[in-house]
Every structure is written in C-alpha cells, then in structure tokens.
Design a protein around this ligand. Sequence first.
Ligand code: ADP
Ligand code: GLC
Length: 471
Amino acid sequence: MEIIHVTAECYPVAKAGGLGDVLGALPKYQVDMGHVARVVMPMYRTKFLYNNQWEVVHKGASNLGSRWFDYTIIREETNKLGFELYLVDINGLLDREKVYGYNDDTERFMSFQIAVVDWISKWEHLPDVLHVHDHHTAMIPFMMQHCFAFRELSGIPSVLTIHNGQYQGQFGWDKSTYIPAWDTWKAGLLEWNGSINPLAAGVKCAWKVTTVSQSYMDELRVMSNGLEPLFEYERGKCTGILNGIDVDVWDPAKDSYLHNHYSVDSVTEGKLTNKKELCETFQLDIDKPLFVFIGRLVGEKAADLLPQAIGDSLYYIGRKMNFLILGSGDPQVEGQLDVMKNISWGDYNVYIGYNEQLSHLMYAGADFLLMPSRVEPCGLNQMYSMRYGTVPVVRKTGGLKDTVIDYGDPGGYGVTFNHAAVGDITEAIYRGVQLYNNREKFREVRKTMMGLDFSWVRSAKEYLDLYKSLK
Ligand code: ADP
Ligand code: GLC
C-alpha cells in the first residue's frame, strides 16, 4: 500500500509538539510493515535541511488568489528517517525558521496545500491513501474533490487525523479566491459560523476522520471550539486511534541524550543517577520526590494553574517535594513561573524555552510528571514518562484517561484526578508524595509502567485496517 502523509511537522525535521513526534514515527512503522509511506511537509529553514542531501523531484507553479508562486519539491536522498521525506519549498512563504506563529500562516499553509495537490495531480499513478493531519492540511480532501484542476484525484481515499481540534485555521470569505477554481455550489462544505473553516471542511470531506484517542473523539462531540454539532453529525465516519511512541528514540537503555542508561532491572539506581545530575544542575534536593512538567505553557495544558498549585503544595503539604518546569508559551505564565524561582529557591526551578535534551533528562531523572491538561487529545509525555519509570500525575481527560490507571485501582500505576483546578492538582501531588514514601509500592508501580506496551505497532495496524476499509 502507498500512503502519503501531508503534515506541518515531522521530527527531527521540524517539531513544535506531539504532531512532529507522531509523523516522525508512524510512517517508519508503516514501512516496517511492508508498505510505502511518504511524508510531505513544508521546507522550513531548519538544521535538518542544511545537514542533509536533497534531490529536486519536481518544479511547478500555481497561484494563491492573485499571487503567483513557484514551488520546488525536494527529496532527502537516503531515506534516513526510515521513509521517503519530501519538502515543499515556496520562496518567501515557507522558508522561515519557525513552523507556526506568523501573521500570514493562512497564506503559508494554503499555498503549501495547493502545491502538494498540484504536484500529486502530475503523478503518473495514484497513491492508495492520502492521510492529512490537523487544519494545516485539512483543505486537501476538499481540493481533491471540488477544485476543477484536481478532479482526477477525487478517487483517492483521504483520511484526516485530528491531533488538536482547538485550532481550526478559520479565515474570511474574502480569501475564498485562495482556493484554486472550485465548484461554488459546494460552498457549504467550507463554511462554519460565517467563515471558511479548514478543519470543518476536512471533517466534512475526508473519507474517514480519526482522533488520537477514543476519549478525545467522544469529547469533541461536546467540546470542540464550536464544531460539536459537526462531530455529532459525522460520528459515523469518525474513530479514535491511540498514538504510540517511537520506542527506538524513547528508550532509557539507549537514549542518546542520556549520560546514564538504565532498564527495568536497573531502574532504581538508574533513575537515581539521572536525578542526581538533574538536581545538581537545578539546585534541587535529591532526597525529595521530584515533580516535573514538560510542555507548552498554554491554557490547554492548564499551565496557568501551575504557579498556584506549586505554591499551595509547598505551603500546605510542606516542603516535602521539589518541582522543575520546562516549557514555553504564554508570556504571562512564563513570567510567573520565572519569578517563583526567587520565592521557592531550592524547592523549585524552571527552564523557559524549548530543549529536547533537557526533556529527555527530565523524563529519566524525575519521579513524577505533572499533566493537569484541560484538553489532551492523546498526550505523548505521559507515555514517555512511563517508559522511563516516571509516574504520571494526570487529569482524567482525552488520551490521559485512556492511558493512565490510578495506583489506587486494580492494576493501576499513575495518579489521576478529575478537574483542572488548583485543589485537585495539589491533592494529586499529595497522593504522589504518599506513593513515593511507600517505597515498596513505588518500586512496583515503576516496574509495571516500564513493562507497558505503547509502541506504534498496534496503532499502525489500526491505521492500516482503516485504509483497507476504504478500498
Ligand atoms: P502537544 O503536542 O499538545 O504539545 P504531546 O504530549 O503530544 O503534546 O507532545 C509534546 C511533545 O513536545 C513531547 O515530545 C514533549 O517532550 C515535547 N515538548 C513540549 N515542550 C517542550 C519543551 N519546552 N522542550 C522540549 N520538549 C518539549
Ligand atoms: C496534539 C495534542 C496531543 C497529541 C499530539 C499528537 O498536539 O495536543 O495531545 O499527543 O497532538 O497526536
């Protein structure tokens, strides 16, 4: 089977969050299962671009409304990532350092999608499935079916995976000319609440829609930033497939970012050595349980609750635990977390920014990982942490609910709580400290978690079954 993934992120080429991790792993597992998987993404100015060899496979031109643009498709020559990787170069639009966050993101991702569809329409054969991810690529199913120039692609089965339904990419009808000449009778497929809504268009037009956990699929029908009735209406073609993790990259026994490797048999000493390194770097106390947070400092992750939850824990539970935060995002939350260093020095520290190596050191060296998320479509952090023997402390939502069982329940190994509220988080931290002090139980929980199988093999198979159902 030939599968084309179209995405804005793919690790290690460019990653802003879990979407990158998924696209760096799933295609590799699909290739291992004997299929052809290709990833097509924008050519940003990244280190990966400059450090690898590329061949030009296609040059074309198209237009975004009245603006003409040339595009070039390049391919990484050695299939270094375990699958074929193609980058789309559009001068002046895609060749930036960051993935998102520019005022002209609509123009950037629309021109990217147009270039991809235009290029595929020139192929001599049709792929078996086109798999698009999130709103940046969700206009493609519409374009393949209703843009006059691309109609020969309308028979290609399309799958849209929603990694994050909060962002939908809406733009005004004044920009409808961005879409290459299309059948205006189909305007209803683009429309949602008075705007063109790429995610809604994707849900309406893709042959199948998936989300990255079953619970998130259920939640979208009641809370999806305005798309609730659409998810209810389209529920017949929607399913949840839980993400996996790349167990080659995320393995404490051979993780290239770690200085001290360990496995399930050496977890107690192995984690202690990593914790020591972390505590020395951040002036924390190795004898106290270490709670960490790694992630985007945004409302979805409930990062705004961290300052008070940490402050309350240190005050009410007493200075029985330490905290270390790694993240970037909302400047106000960044500022609050930074200022707390002055108040809670010795019990708390923070690194504002993105740091891949530090994240690995933290998964390895921490005792607990906090994830109080308001919304968590799947969440990879909790799966990484479990593989590294770090107990997840999570709110029961989306993928967190589907992957973590409370240690108080039969067969459980994590700490779970119900509400994204300071009181619930503080209480969960308290329960974490209790678990830590029960050394025997703590050791048992660590071993159980490290033995869990979150590899991509199962999920990759579920995607293949889904593709096959479309033939
Ligand atoms: P999301 O995609 O919503 O941000 P996920 O849990 O799916 O959440 O994935 C987050 C990924 O990004 C993980 O690989 C995590 O380790 C990484 N990450 C998030 N913030 C940072 C950061 N500041 N530094 C390093 N890695 C980070
Ligand atoms: C999104 C979600 C996250 C998920 C990731 C990969 O960024 O917020 O929960 O794990 O995509 O699917």
